[in-house]
Design a protein around this ligand. Structure first.
Ligand code: HEC
Length: 152
C-alpha cells in the first residue's frame, strides 16, 4: 500500500516535470515569491485601491489637463456628423440636405441668426438642437454655419 502510493506520487512528480519544461512556465516569479503567502503576494494584495496625492506633486494632472483640451467644444463639422447628418444627409422628415443649395437658398436668405435660433429651439419637424442635448448653443451655431457654408 505504502509502496503503491509512493509509486503514484513519483509518477505524478515525473508527469509534472515532463509537462513543465522550465520553472518559468509554472510561475514568472523566482522561487520563494510564488506562494500566495510570500511577501510579494501579500504586498500586492495590500495595494490600496486609490492613492493620496499631496499638493505640489504631479499626480497625473498633466494627463488629465490634456484630456480636457481634447473634450473642448466640437467643431461645426464634428457636431454635424454626430448630431445632424442622420437627417440632413438623408433628407429624413423633409430635412434640407447639407450641400443641396436649391433646398438651402430660401433658408440661407433668412439669415444665420434665424437659422441658429431655429436649430436651437426647433422648427416644425426640426427638433430642438437636433436632439443633441449635450451640445452647447455655440456648438449648434458652429454646426449651422458649417451646413450653410456647405450649401451655398
Ligand atoms: C430628426 C431629424 C433632424 C435632425 C437630427 C436635425 N434636423 Fe435640422 N431640420 C430637420 C427638418 C425636418 C428640417 C426642416 C424643417 C422645416 O423647414 O419645416 C430641418 C431644418 C433645419 C434648419 C433650417 C431651419 C430654417 O429656419 O429653415 C437648420 C438650420 C437645421 N435644421 C439645423 C440642424 C442642426 C444644426 C442639426 C444638428 C445639431 C440638425 N438640424 C439636426 C430635421 C432634423
Amino acid at each position: 500500500m505504502l509502496t503503491a502510493s509512493l509509486v503514484l506520487v513519483a509518477t505524478l512528480f515525473a508527469a509534472g516535470s515532463v509537462a513543465a519544461k522550465s520553472t518559468k512556465e509554472i510561475s514568472p516569479y523566482p522561487l520563494g515569491e510564488r506562494s500566495v503567502f510570500s511577501e510579494r503576494a501579500i504586498a500586492e494584495r495590500l495595494q490600496p485601491v486609490g492613492s493620496v496625492c499631496v499638493e505640489g506633486e504631479d499626480c497625473g494632472t498633466a494627463a488629465a489637463a490634456e484630456e480636457q483640451v481634447a473634450s473642448g467644444p466640437r467643431s461645426g463639422e464634428q457636431v454635424h456628423q454626430s448630431a445632424c447628418a442622420a437627417c440632413h444627409t438623408t433628407g429624413a422628415a423633409g430635412a434640407p440636405k447639407t450641400g443641396d443649395s436649391a433646398a438651402w437658398g430660401s433658408r440661407i436668405a433668412k439669415g444665420n441668426a434665424t437659422l441658429v435660433k431655429h436649430a436651437i429651439e426647433g422648427f416644425n419637424a426640426m427638433p430642438p438642437k437636433g436632439m443633441c442635448m449635450d451640445c452647447s448653443d455655440d456648438e449648434i451655431k458652429a454646426a449651422v454655419e458649417y451646413m450653410v457654408e456647405q450649401s451655398q
